[in-house]
Design a protein around this ligand. Structure first.
Ligand code: PEP
Ligand code: MN
Length: 344
């Protein structure tokens, strides 16, 4: 249930309710908005709830007690009506500005990464992506350079000032990835790896949670709930396409999911139209559509020479095509009343 306090509630009032609920076995999550303080009380036995809700509602500083029927509670809009804005080294995700995360699918060499990072930054990208641990379908294909790649990414951040995002595939690598990366990425194949999600929930760095290949919106939001339930609320959702019967595209980018999750959850939403389409010439038009549908930003794979990329060459943009995409996004961003944060 969530307890909405009236605006005159004092810190002592909040403490009183929190202590009482903790004593009854509830897990407590506090959301202090500009206008309201909301206490989320989760996980106590069902039989208590109606009685406790009634008693709390009778307190003079309580406006309302609402039980949340949805299976995701902390990431839902009821608990946190204001949108979550995440600040990563001065880049705000989920605010007014549209943020583009760009970089190669895999970090292949220091030179490949730096060339891409410099060009992406110049074109207006704010976050550098790059895979160090790769979730490859085949055990024989490239698995990533591991820590070496993380070092190159940190060097590229030092030079360009762009915060970095990279995937963590295994709970045993979390500390290593945390040492270098500014945002942890949970890949589509790991969206339902609940033990990984729980461990990541203990980290105090933003996480971008990709939607599973065959996951419903509700399953995706419950995966986000796993992370939030451990106290990490800085979660970015990433729609990256789902499996359908269509084979022309690698995945079917689910445009519906963008306004749907923005309505259901308070978290920022990024659209990965590289994996969402699998074809470089579709990345730009579908990216424009995603921004028009309300996405807070894009994740785009860029490679200086996609023909020789070790992974995902067919969906990677060349540098000049990426520059064109960035210029072309500006009128769409302005049309939906947002700010590009870069100029043509
Ligand atoms: C990636 O971003 O490099 C990646 C592997 O994406 P996904 O998990 O969406 O397939
Ligand atoms: Mn990729």
């Amino acid at each position: 249930m969530i307890i909405i306090l009236s605006s005159n509630a004092t810190d002592q009032d909040v403490d009183k309710v929190v202590t009482n609920l903790k004593g009854r076995g509830y897990g407590i999550h506090l959301s202090r908005g500009v206008e309201k303080t909301i206490i989320g009380a989760i996980g106590a036995p069902d039989e208590d709830k109606a009685d406790i809700a009634q008693r709390i509602e009778a307190l003079p500083f309580v406006e309302r007690v609402v039980s949340i029927l949805k299976p995701y509670k902390l990431v839902g809009r009821e608990f946190h009506p204001e949108r979550t804005v995440i600040n990563v080294r001065g880049v705000t995700i989920g605010g007014d500005e549209i943020v583009v995360m760009a970089g190669p699918c895999c970090v292949e060499s220091e030179e490949q990464l730096l060339t891409t990072a410099r060009a992406a930054r110049k074109a207006g990208a704010r976050v550098l992506r790059g895979g160090a641990f790769k979730p490859s379908t085949s055990p024989y294909s490239f698995q990533g350079l591991g820590e070496e790649a993380l070092k190159y990414m940190a060097a590229a951040r030092d030079e360009t000032g762009m915060p970095i995002i990279t995937e963590v595939m295994d709970a045993r690598d979390i500390d290593l990835v945390l040492k270098y990366s500014d945002i942890l990425q949970v890949g589509a194949r790991n969206m339902a790896n609940f033990s990984l999600l729980k461990e990541i929930g203990l980290a105090r760095k933003p996480v971008m949670l990709k939607r599973g290949l065959s996951s419903t919106i509700e399953e995706w939001l419950q995966a986000a709930e796993y992370i939030a339930s451990r106290g990490n609320y800085d979660i970015i959702l990433c729609e990256r396409g789902i499996r359908t019967f269509e084979t022309y595209t690698r995945n079917t980018f689910d445009i519906n999911a963008i306004p749907a999750v923005k309505g259901l959850a308070h978290l920022p939403v990024i659209a990965d139209t590289s994996h969402g389409t699998g074809r470089w010439h579709l990345v730009e038009p579908v990216g424009r559509a995603a921004i028009a549908a309300g996405a807070d930003g894009l994740m785009i794979e860029v490679h200086p020479n996609p023909e020789v990329a070790l992974k995902d060459g067919p969906q990677s943009l060349k540098i000049d095509t990426f520059e064109r995409l960035m210029r072309g996004l500006i009128p769409i961003i302005e049309a939906v009343g947002r700010t590009p944060g870069w100029s043509a």
